[in-house]
Design a protein around this ligand. Structure first.
Ligand SMILES: *[C@@H]1O[C@H](CO)[C@@H](O)[C@H](O)[C@H]1NC(C)=O
Length: 167
């Protein structure tokens, strides 16, 4: 989880140069799909009923992290619609984008961004939009903030809220 968060932060940093769609779109869905695929013997990965049971089994796991549970909340009731494209062997990325077409909440689920391992100078590389998005993830508003420094300060002050995993 920690490694993933650092990765998210790194991806976020890397993305600060190109605007456009969020590279973190679908990231939790992709993790869940990869885990489900990895839990299955190779020949089963093409069999729809086997895929449906693997989704059910994976999602029955009470110890999944909150964001992954949230993906399960969306995909468990539509196992059949997931199993179809899943059985074609497409990448997790394509699979998630495909099922997101009819269930547009799925790709919006993202891992919380932790910034504790980032140097302040790294935070200054982020855009204000990204700092705002980190704060939004934490349920924090930066009231009256205008300058980038103010947003950075708020991000640093609210580090303890990163990854608070309410549903
Ligand atoms: C349930 O999920 C946790 C956290 O992802 C994992 O460590 C554990 O191995 C899983 N248990 C089963 C039975 O798959």
């Amino acid at each position: 989880m920690r490694a993933l968060s650092i990765l998210s932060a790194a991806v976020l940093l890397a993305s600060s140069v190109n605007a456009g769609s969020d590279p973190r779109d679908c990231e939790v869905c992709m993790k869940v799909m990869t885990d489900i695929r990895d839990s299955m013997p190779k020949p089963d990965q093409k069999e729809k009923p086997k895929i449906e049971s693997a989704i059910g089994a994976h999602c029955a796991n009470e110890s999944l992290p909150a964001r992954e549970k949230k993906i399960c909340y969306y995909i468990d009731p539509i196992k059949r619609d997931v199993a179809q494209p899943f059985s074609l062997g497409m990448t997790a990325d394509r699979l998630c984008k495909r099922i997101n077409k009819n269930n547009p909440e799925i790709c919006g689920v993202k891992f919380p961004v932790k910034t504790e391992n980032l140097e302040p100078k790294d935070l200054t590389k982020l855009r204000v939009k990204q700092l705002k998005s980190i704060l939004l993830d934490r349920g924090v508003e930066c009231k009256g903030c205008v300058e980038k420094e103010e947003f950075i300060k708020k991000v640093q002050e609210t580090e303890h809220l990163a990854g608070s995993d309410e549903f």
